[in-house]
Design a binder for this molecule. Structure first.
Ligand code: SF4
Length: 291
C-alpha cells in the first residue's frame, strides 16, 4: 500500500511509510476488542453471541459516534497482520460464535481480505461486514466471495446532514452505490436451519433527533435501491446523546422522542419493510461496548 485509496476519502496517505490517514490509522489493523457480543439483531446474536472484532479508527467520524473510544485517532488496540486476524477468526469460531462480525474494517479492507482468503474454507460460520456504508465499490469487489452477510448503515439522504455530522457531503451517493454492490454479491436473505442469518444484506438506520424528515427519505431510498422483500432493515432507536456532548450541535444533545421514533417505525411498516425495531430501553449506554 503506497498511498492509500481504500475508502471514499481517497486521502492518499502513505500508511506503509508511517503516515496516518484521515481514518486515523497506519499500515496494520488495530483490533480494540473481540469476543462474543449479544446486542446485535436476534438472528445475528442468537443465544451464543456474535463473534465481533472491533477495529480501531474510522473513515467517517460521526460527531455522535458511540464508539468514539476506538474510532478516533488515539485509539488503542492489538496490532494484527493478516495471519493474526485469520487466527483470531478461528479462535472466535471455536468460542461457539454464530458468525464472525467485522465491525468497521473499511480502512483495513485489504488486510482483512487477505486474512479471509487464508481462512475462509475453515470457517463454517458466516462472515459479516459491519460498516458505516461509506465504502468504495472497487474495494468491495475485492471482498466478493469472502463476505456472507453485509450489514451496512444508511445514515443519511441529505448531503447537508451528512456533511454536518459526518464530514461527508457525498455520503448518500457513495453509500447507495455500495449497497447495490453488496446486494449484487450476496443476494437475498437466507437463514440457516438454526434460524440464524446465513446470507444477505441487513441495512441499519439510526434515527437521529431532529432529523425525522431525512429518516423518512432514507427508508424510501432503501426501497428504491434494493428489493425490499429480499433484504432486512433495522430501524434503530439506540441514539444516546452522551456521545454528542462535545459537539457543537444542540439538536443532538437530547434523546429521541417517542413520536420521532414511532413515526419512522410506522412508516417502515407501511412501506412493507421487513426487519427489526427497538424498544425505548435501547437508548442506554449500557448497550455500548466497553472498550
Ligand atoms: S482508508 Fe484511511 S488512509 Fe485510506 S483513503 Fe481512507 S481515510 Fe485515507
Amino acid at each position: 500500500m503506497s498511498g492509500c485509496y481504500l475508502c471514499p476519502r481517497m486521502c492518499g496517505a502513505d500508511r506503509e511509510a508511517g503516515e496516518i490517514g484521515y481514518c486515523g490509522m497506519g499500515a496494520l489493523p488495530l483490533v480494540a476488542k473481540s469476543g462474543l457480543h449479544f446486542y446485535e439483531e436476534p438472528p445475528i446474536s442468537g443465544e451464543n453471541g456474535s463473534g465481533t472484532m472491533f477495529f480501531c479508527g474510522c473513515n467517517l467520524k460521526c460527531v455522535f459516534c458511540q464508539n468514539k473510544a476506538i474510532s478516533r485517532n488515539e485509539a488503542v488496540g492489538d496490532v494484527m497482520d493478516s495471519r493474526a486476524l485469520a487466527n483470531l477468526m478461528l479462535d472466535i469460531q471455536d468460542m461457539g460464535a454464530h458468525n464472525i462480525n467485522l465491525v468497521t474494517a473499511t480502512h483495513f479492507a485489504d488486510t482483512v481480505a487477505e486474512a479471509l482468503r487464508a481462512v475462509k474454507d475453515k470457517l463454517s460460520i458466516p462472515v459479516i461486514y459491519n460498516t458505516s456504508g461509506y465504502e468504495r465499490v472497487e474495494i468491495l469487489k475485492n471482498l466478493d466471495g469472502l463476505i456472507d452477510i453485509y450489514m451496512p448503515d444508511l445514515k443519511y439522504c441529505s448531503s447537508e446532514l451528512s456533511e454536518k455530522y459526518s464530514y461527508a457531503s457525498d455520503y448518500f451517493a457513495v453509500a447507495s452505490e455500495a449497497l447495490r454492490e453488496m446486494y449484487r454479491q450476496v443476494g437475498k436473505i437466507e437463514y440457516g436451519e438454526d434460524r440464524m442469518l446465513k446470507r444477505g444484506v441487513l441495512v441499519r438506520h439510526l434515527v437521529l433527533p431532529g432529523a425525522r424528515a431525512d429518516s423518512a427519505e432514507v427508508l424510501r431510498a432503501i426501497c428504491r435501491i434494493l428489493p425490499k422483500d429480499e433484504i432486512l432493515v433495522s430501524v434503530m432507536r439506540q441514539y444516546t446523546p452522551e456521545f454528542a456532548m462535545d459537539c457543537e450541535y444542540k439538536e443532538l444533545k437530547r434523546r429521541l422522542t417517542t413520536f420521532e421514533y414511532e413515526s419512522i417505525a410506522d412508516m417502515a411498516i407501511k412501506l412493507g419493510i421487513k426487519g427489526f425495531f427497538q424498544g425505548a430501553g435501547a437508548a442506554d449506554t449500557k448497550f455500548t461496548p466497553d472498550f
